[in-house]
Design a protein around this ligand. Structure first.
Ligand SMILES: NC(=O)C1=CN([C@@H]2O[C@H](COP(=O)(O)OP(=O)(O)OC[C@H]3O[C@@H](n4cnc5c(N)ncnc54)[C@H](O)[C@@H]3O)[C@@H](O)[C@H]2O)C=CC1
Ligand SMILES: O=C(CO)COP(=O)(O)O
Length: 333
């Protein structure tokens, strides 16, 4: 068995960027992709030409096409696949788990079948006793891969895993890790901000200005807090990296796929065209339906998320959605 400090499962833009960051810290890191031809290309190029062509792999980053070998090489697993395949990947991983395996993920989203948190999915698949952890916060893959200063939050069900994973990820020069004890809040922040970022993109695509964008961020934060508190998260979490931090990042910068998706829709593109142009995962598309389901189940009012849902799934015109938000009954802030 080969030994590694950590195995990263999922070689899209973010899985690759996190693997680079871990390897740059000097840790032997395995990066697994479900596509053997992609593993061959990554190994030959020593970079991810498709997503991150300018970030060369450190020597301590190794590619792995065999899932069993990737899972057994390290007790620390970091899953970075889109949320709609998260459960599927965990089911594939399960038979290969070591007795001491610990599972973290940086996926931002919810379970598409139920709207449940990914923690619940993980507990259902691998049982309630394995140490679990989540990484969430304002971290565009490209900037992280280039070693530009970045900060993130980490929460875990297990104090040792939290500390040891933070030690692996943290870099004094470029990657600051904040420990947080709110697993629920970190996961919700990562999912709901995707939906609000689509809303911010829609507003900008319609030609609205900075006032509208900022109002959406501010009221989007309130919606996130409401849902979070209803699900048992701590309100303060949403003033941190995984709440306000990630909302501001994705609502204001065109590196965000969710924001770009909303922009294209606001400028008149269809969902299919906008999705095809982006060519990468747009988590907020599914998250809008999941958040709609979750908010309904918990009786939480989320007007911005609801309007995004109606634009994406009920054919509502984006301008009408904006008017629906503006014409709501006036209320205290
Ligand atoms: N790209 C970014 O800047 C950030 C992404 N994230 C999150 O990371 C997650 C992954 O996103 P990206 O890497 O950006 O996606 P991406 O669109 O760049 O790549 C997706 C990757 O997922 C993998 N994948 C797809 N289907 C799979 C399957 N059935 N089995 C195994 N692997 C499969 C493939 O390697 C594919 O390249 C998402 O939840 C996203 O929200 C979080 C923070 C930053
Ligand atoms: O989550 C992200 C940055 O923190 C990436 O956002 P997008 O998925 O919208 O590109």
């Amino acid at each position: 068995m080969t030994h590694a400090a950590i195995s990263v499962l999922g070689a899209g833009s973010y899985g690759t960027a996190l693997a680079i960051a871990l390897a740059r810290n000097g840790h032997r890191t395995l990066l697994w992709s479900h596509r053997p031809e992609q593993v061959a290309a990554l190994a030959a190029d020593r970079c991810n030409r498709v997503f991150l062509p300018d970030a060369l792999f450190p020597d301590s980053l190794e590619l792995e096409a065999d899932l069993q070998r990737a899972v057994q090489a390290s007790r620390n697993l970091l899953i970075v696949v889109p949320s709609h395949v998260f459960a599927d990947v965990l089911h594939q991983v399960k038979p290969f788990l070591r007795p001491d395996s610990r599972i973290a993920w940086a996926t931002k989203g919810l379970d598409p079948a139920t709207g449940n948190l990914l923690q619940r999915v993980a507990e259902d698949v691998v049982g309630p006793d394995r140490p679990l952890a989540v990484l969430s916060g304002p971290t565009f893959a490209k900037e992280l891969a280039m070693g530009l200063p970045t900060a993130i939050s980490l929460a875990s069900t297990d104090a040792d895993f939290a500390r040891e994973l933070a030690d692996l990820v943290h870099c004094d020069r470029s990657f600051r890790v904040y420990l947080n004890d709110d697993m629920v809040g970190l996961q919700l922040g990562g999912a709901v901000k995707n939906v609000i970022a689509i809303g911010a993109g829609l507003a900008d695509g319609l030609g609205f200005g900075a006032n509208a964008r900022t109002a959406l961020i501010t009221r989007g934060l309130v919606e996130l807090q409401r849902l979070g508190v209803a699900l048992g998260a701590q309100q303060d979490t949403f003033m941190g990296m995984a709440g306000l931090g990630d909302l501001v990042l994705t609502c204001t910068d065109n590196q965000s796929r969710n924001r770009r998706f909303g922009l294209a829709l606001g400028q008149g593109s269809s969902v299919d065209t906008a999705m095809a142009e982006i060519g990468q995962v747009v988590e907020g598309y599914r998250n809008a339906a999941e958040v709609h389901q979750l908010a309904g189940r918990h009786g939480v009012e989320m007007p911005i998320c609801e309007q995004v849902y109606q634009v994406l799934y009920e054919g509502k015109n984006a301008r009408e959605a904006a008017i629906a938000l503006l014409s709501r009954d006036r209320k205290a802030e």
